[in-house]
Design a protein around this ligand. Structure first.
Ligand code: CA
Length: 217
């Protein structure tokens, strides 16, 4: 999953990006509203964390621009616990909000829930036959036994599982799993898929020649 964080306070931006990367997300950042709106519209993020008080263009305007073309889930960060701000945020198309200052674990839980809901996944765990994926702990079990995946392998498996029944192209996988700071040459998707199959069975992920990969629904 790839997330955009739009926040002008450098230290908070750094901390948010770091915490999200530690959770296995690819993270892009923007330090003002104009850059945030540009990236948010240009790119299909899995979620956007958007501060309301931003230089150049405020979060309301960024949100309104995103909603002209995109359904991307948006978590709004509001500076004060004012009902009017929350109502305005939800009415402008935010999916959830958090009042500053907030606890990181709560932000991470809300981002997980937003992504889950946006993919039509009602339950926190994803079951694929006897394989169960646990996004919160990034653990995978097969017939009840733990299987160890690398962070990249987990990210690919989770993305395919959340889009099961769809053919996902290599390009889409690259775009959703690697952020603007990644060195894509070291991130060959095929190699990770090969390794996931070795650990979880060859039949789990099908290759559609010329199209991409698919986990059957
Ligand atoms: Ca701010």
């Amino acid at each position: 999953m790839r997330i955009l964080v739009v926040e002008d306070e450098p230290r908070l931006l750094r901390n948010l990006a770091k915490a999200l990367r530690e959770e296995g997300y690819a993270v892009d950042t923007a330090g003002d509203g104009v850059e945030g709106a540009f990236k948010a519209v240009d790119y299909d993020y899995d979620a956007i964390v958007l501060d309301v008080m931003l230089p150049k263009m405020d979060g309301w305007e960024v949100l309104a621009r995103v909603r002209e073309t995109k359904k991307t889930p948006v978590l709004l960060l509001t500076a004060r616990d004012a009902t009017s701000d929350r109502v305005r945020g939800l009415d402008t198309g935010a999916d959830d909000y958090l009042v500053k200052p907030f606890d990181l674990p709560e932000l991470l839980a809300r981002v997980r829930a937003l992504i889950r809901r946006s993919k039509g996944q009602p339950k926190p765990e994803i079951a694929l036959g006897d394989i169960v994926i646990h996004p919160r702990t990034r653990a995978v079990t097969r017939a009840g036994a733990a299987v160890t995946l690398t962070a990249r392998e987990f990210a690919i498996l989770e993305y395919l599982a959340l889009h099961r029944g769809e053919v996902v192209s290599r390009t889409t996988l690259y775009e959703h799993l690697f952020d603007e700071n990644d060195d894509t040459l070291s991130n060959l998707v095929d190699v990770h898929i090969f390794s996931i199959r070795k650990k979880l069975g060859h039949d789990l992920i099908a290759t559609r020649r010329g199209q991409g990969y698919c986990i059957e629904a």
